[in-house]
Design a protein around this ligand. Structure first.
Ligand SMILES: C[S@@+](CC[C@H](N)C(=O)[O-])C[C@H]1O[C@@H](n2cnc3c(N)ncnc32)[C@H](O)[C@@H]1O
Length: 359
């Protein structure tokens, strides 16, 4: 028997499945390589949905206007995801520009990097790093010592992460209760849940998601005879614990959000990122941040206000920007998005960047 051809040109055989359409995510094949099925992707987009395996960049036009990327610029995408924003920024900063793109997700990042490279962005134009954006200042200290002209952070999770049941982000399909952006780090949501007392879980649900039924849910979820290890079991237990089914779906969403924030330590990462952000920007440099819930937006708003008061930002968004009605119709996943921006002040003559990093 001859050895299989290792050539990357040969398309991979799709998984076998029973019946007319694949049922399990692992058996699906378009979702794992959407770029090969352009016509299907167009059809799904036209119906107002996000094709699985892809992510639609939110408030793209507004972000491009605010960040105003110019040829030759040094840009940072702190949350590369599918690379939708990155692709536009990369095109706008040519010739001569460079995008430094980071993401914590080891599963999606190589696919996105391969897609962007295939579009013609080599390493001297696009630097990709798998890391938490909390460490951005350290990366820029060597990768862009003068700072960036613009930084984008589009917080939260990507559609690819949500749509893959094996990642545990969705309660709409059965999967392990994981919820980590980097499954190789920290503990899964199942392990966290198993380790919490009712009092601690109630606190977590309140602090991370303003869950109004936190006490009742915490009691129910810590009194189960067996550990909760799958997404659908958790969703079923939440529904069963609440008296009104109308309340239940929002609570399911909020409990998943609260656990996701906890296992990824999202607030600590965002606080660190916001604290070091001014030193990541050149004088006059711009930052835009998309948030998806009040815990994120509050942090961004306060950090920008404090930065303006301390003279680190010359101007900041007075009001939050929201997606247009058209965008919301075309992409319901944009519904909770809020966009804030700031512009770095020119440092005074006595500016001491070492003191800033120590702050
Ligand atoms: C909403 S998606 C970004 C989508 C992207 N703008 C696009 O157009 O495709 C958010 C991404 O940020 C990543 N992420 C979230 N928190 C992170 C963190 N603290 N450090 C690095 N990446 C993070 C997630 O893994 C996810 O891929």
């Amino acid at each position: 028997m001859s050895a299989p051809d290792p050539s990357p040109e040969r398309p991979q055989r799709r998984p076998r499945y029973v019946g007319k359409n694949p049922r399990k995510f692992a058996e699906k094949y378009k979702e794992h390589a959407p770029e090969r099925y352009a016509a299907d992707v167009e059809k799904v987009l036209a119906s107002g949905k996000t094709p699985a395996g892809t992510h639609r960049p939110i408030m793209l036009r507004e972000i491009m206007e605010l960040l105003a990327p110019q040829p030759g610029a040094t840009a940072v995408d702190a949350t590369l995801g599918y690379g939708g924003h990155a692709r536009e920024i990369l095109a706008a900063i040519q010739p001569g520009g460079r995008l430094i793109a980071v993401d914590a997700d080891p599963i999606e990042l190589p696919k996105t990097e391969a897609r962007l490279r295939a579009l013609g962005f080599p390493p001297d134009t696009l630097l990709v790093r798998r890391m938490n954006f909390a460490g951005l200042a350290q990366l820029l200290a060597t990768a862009a010592p003068g700072g960036a002209d613009l930084v984008l952070a589009d917080l939260g999770v990507s559609s690819m992460q949500i749509d893959n049941p094996a990642r545990g982000f969705t309660f709409k399909a059965d999967g392990p209760l994981d919820l980590r952006m980097n499954p190789a780090r920290g503990q899964s949501a199942a392990a966290l849940l198993a380790s919490l007392s009712a009092v601690k879980l109630e606190k977590l649900l309140t602090e991370n998601a303003d869950e109004p039924h936190a006490a009742r849910l915490a009691r129910a979820l810590t009194a189960t005879p067996a550990p909760i290890t799958t997404t659908t079991v958790l969703a079923t237990l939440i529904r069963a614990a609440l008296p009104r089914p109308a309340d239940a779906e929002l609570s399911v969403r909020r409990v998943f959000q609260a656990l996701r924030i906890a296992v990824n330590d999202e607030f600590a990462a965002l606080d660190t990122f916001l604290r070091h952000l001014p030193q990541c920007l050149k004088p006059g440099g711009r930052i835009a941040i998309l948030t998806f819930h009040s815990g994120e937006d509050r942090r961004v708003k306060h950090a920008f206000k404090a930065g303006e008061r301390d003279g680190l930002y010359a101007t900041i968004a007075r009001d939050v920007l929201r997606p247009t009605a058209n965008e919301l119709r075309a992409n319901p996943r944009a519904s909770s998005a809020k966009l804030r921006w700031a512009r770095r002040a020119a440092p005074p003559a006595s500016f001491d960047s070492a003191a800033l990093s120590a702050k």
